[in-house]
Write a protein that binds this ligand. Structure first.
Ligand code: UT7
Length: 323
């Protein structure tokens, strides 16, 4: 039996840091309000001309180096993004080209903030079926380009960034029996389409549009679904919450994470938090947090890690990993 093992992590954050005080100079907001309601202190914003493919490539190169894998070994690229370079083709194909890869397959997955979990589920299924051997799974977003910078209810919440992981198909035998991606669960319910969407697109306005959100409703559903789907993952694997070493939730709002910890009876210290410094980078939050916790030594071999996310659609899901 084949199983996907996560063998490398990488990240990239644009150089420009915008603090809450910087935003308060342009719109009617304050550092106090943003910190109190969201836990966010700052966000990284891409430079003019810095594209999703550029930041995805940087994160990918870092992950390849971390894994000790050559670009030639990659035969699958799945890029989660809601902010592609162009309407088509898939931004993943530009990343493939920038990395000099001429084989295998590269495509985008669009599930907004749940994008990385969807991409991981897709890559994991392909690896387990033997359709590819070594996958690059990326979450990369330049949300700053789709924000309405006059809407204080949304523009303070997001940032730009990219995170990447390398997955390799390995025989789930011997020492590897309990290691790798143990399960993924993904869901959507389009009845909530209008709760979080971008008011443009090729078949509606012909423009890329701006993000619109019913914040309170999204908050409520995020807490409910992101907790529920962790329970689903644990039950599926016959594991308990006490066995989880780290929960890496999508980073939208510190208050959402606190509520999930409470619902799951999980100590807050077991949650990896990056939202304070990076804000909500949509599909990139989870791979960015994974890369941070891997590089500072928090993630150790044998650790059980739960991932959980909800985004526009609504789309949501979880993954359980054993390092
Ligand atoms: O990745 C998934 C997508 N996103 C999320 O998961 C976000 C989910 N939602 C949230 O995080 C929260 O709903 C927000 C942070 C967006 C908003 O927090 P809230 O506690 O739900 O605030 P609210 O929207 O009810 O607004 C409360 C007040 C309002 O003023 P009034 O009507 O009470 O006078 C807003 O106009 O806060 C005001 N407000 C602001 N004030 C200062 C809204 N945004 C701001 C702001 N600065 N940036």
């Amino acid at each position: 039996m084949l199983r996907s093992q996560i063998i490398g992590f990488g990240s990239y954050l644009p150089k420009d840091v915008v603090t809450n005080d910087d935003l308060a100079k342009k719109i009617d907001t304050s550092d106090e309000w943003i910190r109190k309601r969201t836990g966010i202190a700052q966000r990284h914003i891409a430079a003019d001309g810095e594209l999703t493919s550029d930041i995805a490539e940087q994160a990918a190169r870092a992950a390849l180096e971390n894994a000790g894998v050559a670009t030639d070994d990659i035969d699958l690229i799945v890029l989660a993004t809601a902010t592609p370079d162009n309407t088509f083709p898939a931004t993943a194909t530009r990343v493939q080209s920038n990395l000099g890869i001429r084989r295998g397959v590269a495509f985008d997955v669009q599930a907004v903030c749940a994008g990385y979990v969807y991409a991981l589920a897709t890559a994991d299924n392909m690896l387990r079926l033997g359709q590819a051997e070594t996958a690059l799974v990326i979450g990369a977003e330049v949300f700053s380009r789709i924000l309405d910078w006059d809407d204080r209810g949304t523009c303070v919440l997001f940032g730009d960034g990219a995170g990447a992981t390398i997955l390799r198909a390995a025989d789930a035998a011997g020492n590897n029996q309990d290691r790798g991606v143990l399960s993924t669960h993904i869901y959507s319910d389009g009845a909530y389409y209008d709760m979080l969407y971008v008011d443009g697109g090729p078949s509606t306005t012909g423009t890329s549009g701006h993000l619109r959100m019913e914040g309170k409703e999204v908050f409520r559903h995020a807490v409910h679904r992101m907790s529920e789907v962790v329970v689903t993952a644990l039950e599926h694997n016959g594991l308990s919450i006490d066995e989880v070493d780290w929960l890496i939730p999508h980073q939208a709002n510190k208050r959402i994470m606190d509520s999930i910890a409470k619902r799951l009876s999980l100590p807050e210290e077991k949650i990896v938090v990056t939202v304070d410094r990076q804000a909500n980078t949509s599909a990139a939050t989870i791979p960015l947090a994974l890369a941070e916790a891997a590089s500072d030594g928090r993630l150790r071999e044998g650790n059980l890690i739960a991932l959980s996310a909800l985004g526009g659609g609504f789309s949501w899901g979880s993954a359980l990993l054993r390092l």
